[in-house]
Design a protein around this ligand. Structure first.
Ligand code: NAD
Ligand code: WQD
Length: 340
């Protein structure tokens, strides 16, 4: 069983490749290394004993993508991670985001259609819900107008997939991730933020290790128990495992509809201060932080209703917040050792 993982040297992709290989799947990765490092391939091999097949090219290149699929028409399924993901950058450079995230998707779906490849798993995001009216948020909650071009690429992508599934033999599963954090227990792979991290967890670990001076907690006056915003943080390895289950569900033809959508979260919301407290408790480090104004575009609180994913996929996130924050810290320490 050969699975194409686009963006497979990236953060979530690399963890998913490990889980796929450990379940006996053959993996071929396509990545243009725009936001990842070629050495991740050796890191994956260190964990699993298998170096995945790899091709480096940009999937917005229509001819190269078409040629790739012609040469690899024995692929049984595709997990499509390759995309740009920085919300703030997408506001500055919307066309770059629309081009990268949408053209690559169209090229891949075209390649699937032309080569009779049926199974497609797509990385979507809880960002499509905006600030939901009801919590926890279910997959049936209305998609709200996107706050950013990045968020909009996820909404448009889901629409492109919906239309394509209706008119071809392609079947698809969109996985709407909540907030993935943490790293593989080996501390051999993890998140590699380039430049100043936007996301909370890498900012915490970089502050604790001395790369950043202080964490700014965005907003202390939300309508939440401690005033800071609430998210559903999920361990990246739990997330990765859900992809293996999704691919397996498709290959074994267990889908109930040709396009299924699942929330991937733990079902628990934690505030920014709770994440900081967990980090300080499990690491023994004291974090330098200060509460500042809210960040534009942030929602107040969101967490997943995971019942549909739990029941249908037979998947449940297993790792708790302390395991997430500790694994993120071990990864930051491992990165420091690599650099010294
Ligand atoms: P990442 O940046 O670590 O990985 C994405 C990979 O795709 C990178 O290795 C990058 O080099 C590659 N890539 C980008 N554009 C490409 C192109 N045109 N052709 C070939 N390769 C390309 O990001 P991640 O955190 O692993 O996210 C993976 C997916 O999950 C993305 O689609 C992202 O939007 C989605 N997602 C991420 C989060 C999150 O918080 N990390 C949350 C929800 C959804
Ligand atoms: C989490 C909480 C911040 C940094 C983003 C994308 C979303 C999805 C996941 C891809 C918020 C607070 C953060 C900091 C802080 N990605 N925070 N200080 O914004 O929930 O979601 O990543 O699809 O689309 O928007 O994640 O980690 O940036 O923030 O106080 O320096 O931490 O305000 O409450 P977010 P995040």
């Amino acid at each position: 069983m050969k699975i194409l993982v686009t963006g497979g040297t990236g953060y979530i992709g690399s963890h998913t490749v490990v889980e796929l290989q450990q379940k006996g799947f053959d993996v071929i990765i396509v990545d243009n290394l725009s936001n990842s490092d070629i050495n991740v391939l050796s890191s994956i091999e260190k964990i699993t004993g298998i170096k995945p097949e790899f091709e480096e090219f940009d999937m917005i290149d229509r001819d190269k993508t078409a040629d790739f699929f012609k040469r690899n028409n024995d692929i049984q399924g595709i997990i499509h991670f390759a995309a740009y993901k920085a919300v703030g950058e997408s506001v500055e450079k919307p066309l770059m985001y629309y081009r990268n995230n949408l053209f690559s998707l169209v090229n891949i779906l075209q390649g699937m259609k032309d080569n009779n490849i049926e199974n497609f798993v797509f990385s979507s995001s809880c960002t499509v819900y905006g600030q939901p009216e009801e919590l926890p948020v279910t997959e049936d909650a209305p998609v709200q107008k996107a706050e950013s071009p990045y968020g909009n690429t996820k909404q448009i992508s889901e629409e492109i997939i919906t239309d394509t599934v209706k008119s071809t033999d392609i079947k698809a599963i969109a996985l709407r991730y909540f907030n993935p954090i943490g790293a593989h227990e080996s501390a051999i792979i993890g998140e590699l933020p380039i430049g100043i991290p936007n996301c909370l967890m890498p900012f915490i670990t970089q502050t604790a290790i001395g790369i950043r001076e202080q964490l700014r907690v965005f907003g202390g006056d939300y309508n939440t128990p401690d005033g800071t915003a609430i998210r559903d943080y999920i361990h990246v390895v739990d997330l990765a495992k859900a992809h293996v289950i999704a691919v397996d569900r498709m290959i074994k033809k267990k889908m109930k509809k040709d396009f299924e959508v699942f929330n991937l979260g733990t079902g628990n919301g934690f505030s920014v201060l709770e994440v900081i407290k967990s980090f300080e408790k499990v690491t023994g480090e004291k974090l330098n932080y200060r509460i500042v104004d809210r960040r534009a575009g942030d929602v107040e609180q969101v967490w997943a209703d995971t019942k549909f994913a739990n029941d249908e996929l037979g998947w449940k996130a297993e790792k708790d917040l302390d395991e997430m924050t500790l694994s993120a810290w071990k990864w930051e320490l491992a990165l420091k050792n690599l650099q010294t």
